[in-house]
Design a protein around this ligand. Structure first.
Ligand code: ADP
Length: 257
Protein backbone atom coordinates (compact mmCIF):
# COMPACT_ATOMS: atom_id res chain seq x y z
CA UNK A 1 0.00 0.00 0.00
CA UNK A 2 1.31 3.43 -0.97
CA UNK A 3 0.06 6.67 0.54
CA UNK A 4 1.06 10.32 0.37
CA UNK A 5 0.77 13.48 2.47
CA UNK A 6 1.18 17.05 1.28
CA UNK A 7 1.47 20.03 3.64
CA UNK A 8 1.04 23.32 1.78
CA UNK A 9 2.36 25.99 4.15
CA UNK A 10 2.65 29.75 3.71
CA UNK A 11 6.43 29.52 3.22
CA UNK A 12 7.16 25.94 2.20
CA UNK A 13 5.32 22.98 0.70
CA UNK A 14 6.23 19.53 1.92
CA UNK A 15 5.33 16.16 0.36
CA UNK A 16 5.97 12.62 1.56
CA UNK A 17 5.26 9.16 0.19
CA UNK A 18 4.95 6.33 2.70
CA UNK A 19 5.28 2.68 1.66
CA UNK A 20 4.62 1.31 5.19
CA UNK A 21 8.34 1.20 5.91
CA UNK A 22 9.97 4.37 4.64
CA UNK A 23 9.06 7.97 3.98
CA UNK A 24 10.35 9.58 0.80
CA UNK A 25 10.36 13.38 1.32
CA UNK A 26 10.58 16.66 -0.57
CA UNK A 27 10.39 20.33 0.49
CA UNK A 28 10.09 23.37 -1.76
CA UNK A 29 9.18 27.07 -1.32
CA UNK A 30 5.43 27.72 -1.73
CA UNK A 31 5.87 30.98 -3.66
CA UNK A 32 2.82 32.80 -5.03
CA UNK A 33 0.81 29.73 -6.12
CA UNK A 34 0.04 27.04 -3.49
CA UNK A 35 -1.52 24.87 -6.21
CA UNK A 36 1.56 25.02 -8.42
CA UNK A 37 3.87 24.43 -5.45
CA UNK A 38 1.86 21.35 -4.42
CA UNK A 39 1.98 19.91 -7.94
CA UNK A 40 5.70 20.59 -8.25
CA UNK A 41 6.70 19.11 -4.88
CA UNK A 42 4.43 16.10 -5.42
CA UNK A 43 6.10 15.42 -8.82
CA UNK A 44 9.48 15.82 -7.12
CA UNK A 45 8.73 13.24 -4.41
CA UNK A 46 7.22 10.84 -6.98
CA UNK A 47 10.38 11.13 -9.12
CA UNK A 48 12.62 10.57 -6.11
CA UNK A 49 10.67 7.53 -4.95
CA UNK A 50 10.33 5.98 -8.42
CA UNK A 51 6.52 5.58 -8.03
CA UNK A 52 3.90 6.98 -10.39
CA UNK A 53 0.86 9.04 -9.33
CA UNK A 54 -1.43 6.13 -10.34
CA UNK A 55 0.29 3.87 -7.80
CA UNK A 56 -0.63 6.13 -4.84
CA UNK A 57 -3.66 4.61 -3.08
CA UNK A 58 -4.59 7.61 -0.95
CA UNK A 59 -3.44 11.22 -0.66
CA UNK A 60 -4.21 13.59 2.24
CA UNK A 61 -3.56 17.34 1.91
CA UNK A 62 -3.08 19.72 4.84
CA UNK A 63 -1.71 23.20 5.55
CA UNK A 64 -3.10 26.64 4.81
CA UNK A 65 -3.17 25.95 1.03
CA UNK A 66 -4.84 22.52 1.34
CA UNK A 67 -8.09 23.58 -0.32
CA UNK A 68 -6.30 24.87 -3.42
CA UNK A 69 -5.44 21.43 -4.77
CA UNK A 70 -7.89 19.17 -6.57
CA UNK A 71 -5.94 15.90 -6.58
CA UNK A 72 -6.18 15.01 -2.85
CA UNK A 73 -8.54 12.25 -1.67
CA UNK A 74 -9.14 14.17 1.55
CA UNK A 75 -8.18 17.43 3.24
CA UNK A 76 -7.44 17.43 6.97
CA UNK A 77 -6.62 20.34 9.30
CA UNK A 78 -3.01 21.13 10.17
CA UNK A 79 -3.65 20.68 13.89
CA UNK A 80 -4.70 17.03 13.38
CA UNK A 81 -1.83 16.27 10.98
CA UNK A 82 0.88 17.95 13.07
CA UNK A 83 -0.31 16.11 16.18
CA UNK A 84 -0.19 12.77 14.40
CA UNK A 85 3.18 13.46 12.79
CA UNK A 86 4.82 14.62 16.04
CA UNK A 87 3.50 11.58 17.96
CA UNK A 88 5.03 9.34 15.28
CA UNK A 89 8.38 11.16 15.16
CA UNK A 90 8.75 11.35 18.97
CA UNK A 91 6.67 8.61 20.64
CA UNK A 92 5.37 9.63 24.06
CA UNK A 93 4.98 13.33 23.14
CA UNK A 94 2.23 15.00 25.18
CA UNK A 95 2.59 18.54 23.83
CA UNK A 96 3.48 19.74 20.33
CA UNK A 97 4.80 23.23 19.62
CA UNK A 98 4.69 23.96 15.90
CA UNK A 99 6.10 27.23 14.60
CA UNK A 100 5.74 27.76 10.88
CA UNK A 101 6.05 30.72 8.55
CA UNK A 102 2.85 32.51 9.45
CA UNK A 103 1.41 30.88 12.52
CA UNK A 104 2.30 29.10 15.73
CA UNK A 105 0.38 26.30 17.42
CA UNK A 106 0.50 24.50 20.74
CA UNK A 107 -1.29 21.14 20.72
CA UNK A 108 -1.95 18.87 23.68
CA UNK A 109 -2.08 15.25 22.48
CA UNK A 110 -2.80 11.73 23.67
CA UNK A 111 -0.30 8.84 23.32
CA UNK A 112 -1.92 7.92 19.98
CA UNK A 113 -1.47 11.44 18.65
CA UNK A 114 -5.13 12.45 19.08
CA UNK A 115 -5.73 16.17 19.68
CA UNK A 116 -6.94 16.88 23.24
CA UNK A 117 -6.70 20.68 23.15
CA UNK A 118 -4.90 23.38 21.17
CA UNK A 119 -4.09 27.08 20.97
CA UNK A 120 -3.16 28.84 17.75
CA UNK A 121 -1.75 32.26 16.88
CA UNK A 122 -2.43 33.13 13.25
CA UNK A 123 -3.39 36.76 13.80
CA UNK A 124 -0.03 38.28 14.62
CA UNK A 125 3.36 37.70 12.97
CA UNK A 126 5.24 37.97 16.30
CA UNK A 127 6.07 34.46 17.52
CA UNK A 128 6.18 33.03 13.98
CA UNK A 129 8.83 32.33 11.34
CA UNK A 130 7.85 35.53 9.57
CA UNK A 131 8.93 37.56 12.64
CA UNK A 132 12.34 35.86 12.57
CA UNK A 133 12.67 36.49 8.83
CA UNK A 134 11.80 40.21 9.10
CA UNK A 135 14.32 40.79 11.90
CA UNK A 136 17.00 38.63 10.22
CA UNK A 137 16.52 40.80 7.13
CA UNK A 138 16.89 44.00 9.20
CA UNK A 139 20.14 42.57 10.61
CA UNK A 140 21.39 41.56 7.14
CA UNK A 141 21.64 37.85 7.99
CA UNK A 142 19.93 34.67 6.81
CA UNK A 143 17.46 32.82 9.09
CA UNK A 144 19.66 29.73 8.78
CA UNK A 145 22.51 31.67 10.51
CA UNK A 146 20.48 32.94 13.49
CA UNK A 147 21.28 29.99 15.78
CA UNK A 148 25.06 30.10 15.22
CA UNK A 149 25.22 33.90 15.58
CA UNK A 150 23.35 33.90 18.91
CA UNK A 151 25.02 30.87 20.50
CA UNK A 152 26.30 31.70 24.01
CA UNK A 153 25.25 35.37 23.72
CA UNK A 154 23.43 37.30 26.45
CA UNK A 155 19.98 38.26 25.14
CA UNK A 156 19.04 41.91 24.83
CA UNK A 157 15.35 42.06 25.76
CA UNK A 158 13.19 43.34 22.91
CA UNK A 159 10.32 45.43 24.28
CA UNK A 160 8.20 45.70 21.11
CA UNK A 161 5.47 43.09 20.76
CA UNK A 162 4.63 44.01 17.17
CA UNK A 163 6.85 42.89 14.27
CA UNK A 164 6.98 46.34 12.64
CA UNK A 165 7.95 48.07 15.91
CA UNK A 166 10.41 45.28 16.77
CA UNK A 167 12.12 45.88 13.41
CA UNK A 168 12.53 49.60 14.25
CA UNK A 169 13.74 48.69 17.75
CA UNK A 170 16.38 46.35 16.29
CA UNK A 171 17.58 49.01 13.84
CA UNK A 172 17.85 51.38 16.84
CA UNK A 173 19.90 48.81 18.78
CA UNK A 174 22.27 48.37 15.82
CA UNK A 175 22.70 52.16 15.65
CA UNK A 176 23.64 52.14 19.35
CA UNK A 177 26.41 49.64 18.47
CA UNK A 178 24.85 46.57 20.12
CA UNK A 179 26.13 43.15 19.01
CA UNK A 180 24.05 41.28 16.42
CA UNK A 181 24.41 38.04 18.39
CA UNK A 182 22.92 39.62 21.53
CA UNK A 183 20.04 41.10 19.55
CA UNK A 184 19.34 37.70 17.94
CA UNK A 185 19.45 35.99 21.34
CA UNK A 186 16.84 38.57 22.44
CA UNK A 187 14.79 37.79 19.31
CA UNK A 188 14.76 34.08 20.19
CA UNK A 189 13.80 34.93 23.76
CA UNK A 190 10.92 37.07 22.50
CA UNK A 191 9.55 34.20 20.35
CA UNK A 192 10.01 31.72 23.22
CA UNK A 193 8.14 34.00 25.68
CA UNK A 194 5.16 34.24 23.35
CA UNK A 195 5.03 30.48 22.90
CA UNK A 196 5.56 29.82 26.62
CA UNK A 197 2.44 31.84 27.45
CA UNK A 198 0.45 29.66 24.99
CA UNK A 199 1.97 26.51 26.56
CA UNK A 200 1.01 27.64 30.07
CA UNK A 201 -2.64 27.93 29.01
CA UNK A 202 -2.56 24.21 28.05
CA UNK A 203 -1.75 23.05 31.60
CA UNK A 204 1.04 20.71 32.73
CA UNK A 205 3.08 18.71 30.21
CA UNK A 206 6.47 17.06 30.39
CA UNK A 207 7.27 15.60 26.95
CA UNK A 208 7.38 18.51 24.55
CA UNK A 209 8.14 18.11 20.84
CA UNK A 210 8.96 21.15 18.69
CA UNK A 211 8.13 21.00 14.94
CA UNK A 212 7.83 23.34 11.93
CA UNK A 213 10.59 25.14 10.03
CA UNK A 214 11.45 27.33 13.05
CA UNK A 215 12.39 24.18 15.01
CA UNK A 216 15.47 23.94 12.73
CA UNK A 217 16.71 27.00 14.64
CA UNK A 218 18.54 25.58 17.67
CA UNK A 219 18.52 29.03 19.31
CA UNK A 220 14.70 29.04 19.53
CA UNK A 221 14.74 25.51 20.99
CA UNK A 222 17.20 26.43 23.76
CA UNK A 223 15.25 29.63 24.55
CA UNK A 224 12.06 27.57 24.79
CA UNK A 225 13.75 25.16 27.19
CA UNK A 226 14.80 28.11 29.38
CA UNK A 227 11.30 29.61 29.37
CA UNK A 228 9.50 26.31 29.99
CA UNK A 229 12.07 24.77 32.36
CA UNK A 230 11.75 21.35 30.67
CA UNK A 231 13.51 19.60 27.76
CA UNK A 232 12.19 20.26 24.27
CA UNK A 233 12.76 17.55 21.62
CA UNK A 234 13.27 18.43 17.96
CA UNK A 235 12.93 15.46 15.57
CA UNK A 236 15.18 15.31 12.51
CA UNK A 237 12.23 15.82 10.16
CA UNK A 238 10.71 18.66 12.23
CA UNK A 239 9.62 20.67 9.15
CA UNK A 240 7.90 17.60 7.67
CA UNK A 241 5.78 16.66 10.71
CA UNK A 242 2.52 17.88 9.12
CA UNK A 243 3.13 16.04 5.82
CA UNK A 244 4.16 12.86 7.69
CA UNK A 245 1.00 13.09 9.82
CA UNK A 246 -1.07 13.57 6.65
CA UNK A 247 0.50 10.44 5.10
CA UNK A 248 -0.18 8.40 8.26
CA UNK A 249 -3.83 9.54 8.23
CA UNK A 250 -3.96 8.63 4.51
CA UNK A 251 -2.71 5.19 5.52
CA UNK A 252 -5.58 4.85 8.06
CA UNK A 253 -8.22 5.78 5.45
CA UNK A 254 -6.66 3.55 2.85
CA UNK A 255 -6.64 0.57 5.27
CA UNK A 256 -10.35 1.14 6.06
CA UNK A 257 -11.33 1.21 2.37
P1 ADP B 1 4.97 26.90 6.72
O1 ADP B 1 4.58 25.44 6.98
O2 ADP B 1 4.05 27.87 7.40
O3 ADP B 1 5.18 27.17 5.28
P2 ADP B 1 7.56 26.17 7.80
O4 ADP B 1 7.14 25.19 8.85
O5 ADP B 1 8.21 25.64 6.58
O6 ADP B 1 6.36 27.13 7.44
O7 ADP B 1 8.53 27.23 8.51
C1 ADP B 1 9.03 28.35 7.81
C2 ADP B 1 9.94 29.12 8.77
O8 ADP B 1 10.98 28.26 9.21
C3 ADP B 1 10.62 30.31 8.13
O9 ADP B 1 9.84 31.46 8.29
C4 ADP B 1 11.93 30.40 8.89
O10 ADP B 1 11.80 31.28 10.01
C5 ADP B 1 12.17 28.99 9.43
N1 ADP B 1 13.24 28.26 8.73
C6 ADP B 1 13.14 27.61 7.55
N2 ADP B 1 14.33 27.06 7.20
C7 ADP B 1 15.19 27.35 8.22
C8 ADP B 1 16.58 27.07 8.47
N3 ADP B 1 17.32 26.35 7.62
N4 ADP B 1 17.12 27.56 9.62
C9 ADP B 1 16.39 28.25 10.49
N5 ADP B 1 15.08 28.57 10.32
C10 ADP B 1 14.50 28.12 9.20
Amino acid sequence: MLVAGIDIGSMSTKAVIFNRQHFCKAVSPTGWSPRQAAQQVYSQVLNQSGYSQEQIDYLVATGYGRVSIDFADRVITEITCHARGAAYLVPGTDLVIDIGGQDSKVIKISDEGQVLDFAMNDKCAAGTGRFLQVIANALGVDVSDLAALSKGQTPITLNSMCTVFAESEVIGLLTQGKEKGEIIAGLHQSVARRIASMVQRMGASSRVTFTGGVAINEGVRTSLEKQLGIPVQVPKDCQLAGAIGAALIAHDYSSQA
